[in-house]
Design a protein around this ligand. Sequence first.
Ligand SMILES: [Zn+2]
Length: 343
Amino acid sequence: MSPDPSPYAVFVAGLPKAELHVHHVGSAPPRTVAALAERHPGTVPSDLDELREFYRFRDFAHFIEVYLAVVDLLRDPEDIRLLTYEIAEELALQQRVRYAEVTLTPHTSVLAGIAVEAFVEAVEDARVAAERDHGIVLRWCFDIPGEFGLPAGEETLRYALDHGPETLVGFGLGGPEIGVGRTQFKDVFDRARAAGLHSVPHAGETTGPETVWDALRDLGAERIGHGTSSVQDPELLAYLVERRIPLEVCPTSNIATRAVARFEEHPIRTMYDAGAVVTVNSDDPPMFGTTLNREYEIAAELLDLDRRGIAGLAATAVRASFLPEVDQGRLLEEIDAYTRTAG
Ligand SMILES: [Zn+2]
């Protein structure tokens, strides 16, 4: 990647966007993590410079370790409420995100001693406050932390069915993929889908295309989290194109976790040129030293896009979202209006 600032930085910063793949804890702004670390002293530094060093990942396993250390800072509902509100504020004010489907992992908070009812109440309080203060609309996806296996799947399903708010739209599966087969969660996903939740598992991020096939066949995936290795199987890529199954692409995340060696080798170009539904997202932005704006700039460079093309990426994310059609139309109109006046 060129180290120069993108010629489209100003355009991207003002572009109204939808964010479809962003993790709750993973998007904790450093100042929030520092404040929480001060409240709960332990392994996570409360100094901002030390925090940056702490976030330098050796590999995917190390990333999970660091992630769980931050999870450990969320000890009570007030921590959850603060974190959620500050994430929403950052998305609204700094990234011009108008709508986000945020991935929550209630299982890890319950393990930390927060009752699921209190967890849901805290995120909902923050959602309402952020929408009131900044006009950003948030919806939730509950995801299974795969490293905890099938019991975490059953628990997450129970949280969704018994305690999920009306704003819960998706059901996902995250964590490491190696050694965590997708297929074992088939029954859990069947029941989540029967309850009206959309299936949005991670697949093909650190494993091959067969995992993406598993997610499609066994989990009824309606969008694929990452799907990076899909390009290794032409039949799979053709299937994703034909069925219009969106890929939630997060370029910097893939570099940070070493899923892809270099930006120049990122498969986003192959996906895009094949006609796949490519959305650009930020995953765990402060942990990966990025922002959604930066991800759009990187995608613009990798895909050789001009302003219209960049606006097209934003529109694709809106269409790939689970927003009702009338709300999609309103947001698409906002993107159009911005592009006309900014262009
Ligand atoms: Zn993710």
